[in-house]
Design a protein around this ligand. Sequence first.
Ligand SMILES: Cc1cc2nc3c(=O)[nH]c(=O)nc-3n(C[C@H](O)[C@H](O)[C@H](O)COP(=O)(O)OP(=O)(O)OC[C@H]3O[C@@H](n4cnc5c(N)ncnc54)[C@H](O)[C@@H]3O)c2cc1C
Length: 406
Amino acid sequence: MMHSGRVAVVGGSVAGCAAALAAHRGGADEITVYERAAGRLADRGVGLAVHNSRYAELESAGYLDADMQWVQLVRRHWYVRDDAAADPRGHTVAVTPFPFRTYNWGPLWGELRRRVPETVTFRTATAVTGVRACPGGAVVETDDGTERFDVVVGADGYRSVVREAAFPGVRAEYAGYLAWRGAYPEERLPEPELWGVEDCVYAVFDGGHVILYRIPDGRGGRRVNWVLYTAPPRGLDADLGFGHPRSLPPGGLTDALRAHLSYVADVLLPPYWGAVVRATAPAELFLQPMYDYTAPRSTEGRVLLAGDAATVARPHTGAGAVKALQDATVLESAIITAVTWPDALESYDADRTVAGRTMVELGRRLGRAFVQETPDWRSLGQAGLEAWWQRADGTGAFGGRELRPR
Ligand SMILES: Cc1cc2nc3c(=O)[nH]c(=O)nc-3n(C[C@H](O)[C@H](O)[C@H](O)COP(=O)(O)OP(=O)(O)OC[C@H]3O[C@@H](n4cnc5c(N)ncnc54)[C@H](O)[C@@H]3O)c2cc1C
């Protein structure tokens, strides 16, 4: 175990807080987090889901715990619109198990941030402008000057400056469709008796689907959370310049995009799920274009990539935050078991590069199955849907790959 070393972490979001914790537990004696944002990170108030088995692993590794509020989901209810159906929720295609916990990103990040030890220097409002290699280490550049570290962790998200320094020119690819997202207080949910708290709903249609589940609100109550995947009308995404990664913040949707969402809610979704989406206020709506990529490797020299800086898999995989936390657990054990930093980096790379590729490939497969080449949902039925899902999930990595036993 290396009880020494200076580690820089670029980015103080989920991956960054977890990596700082990992470096601390691994025994690094000086850790600095550089976070571009000033103060607390702005909460979008929307959710993420963690598979029960991945939760159990991350809890025993000490990165998640029961003090972090969650909502337990049990089953996934698949609905499709059927105008002849008396039920406003539509026709049930199938019901399948869904052992996931859901979280609200903001409170979850707050809990992780609280667990970063006080010995870690957390520099907010400090953007890293570049990283370069130096003998036996790497140099972090900011507007305030430069500083040398033994290892630099790039946890600076999908537009990572650190990744660009390590692997110039690696770009995320636009997948050709969008995620419309929204969340609001549960009190506003129409006819709540129609939707059980333990039910995750997939309301599917030709060319897309919406996923709906509840999340904690961080104050003991719950919020309704949904994400709807489908391509916008031809060309609308090109107008928005999605050739380059960017998303539209809450309240930032154009009239044309909002009109398309209303069309999907009113015409393609079963009436009840359309109404649940419609209950979202414009200021609670935001949009993320779907991208995917994975860096060629997870380390380069003394630079290591974690979270979205290393890999962005489409969210159909249900594993974005899980992967960021798993990266940290693997980093911690790599530091603990290695004798030198290069050994630790090599061991991290061997595990996380494969994990990243698996998730990106799964995201592409699920994107095809769920959005780009949707089946005739009405004809599937329980057995047909289960067989379709088996083909789409393939390796069983939905919700995140199992952590290798250490
Ligand atoms: C404010 C915010 C809200 C989010 N809300 C949700 C949500 O509700 N649901 C959900 O599923 N996912 C959400 N995400 C995304 C989610 O956190 C990530 O997809 C996933 O957890 C991996 O996290 P990450 O830490 O790798 O990347 P990110 O969460 O994207 O974090 C990257 C961090 O690096 C910082 N950074 C970037 N460039 C620099 C630089 N040059 N110098 C210093 N710092 C830099 C950013 O400010 C950011 O804090 C959110 C992300 C952010 C930043």
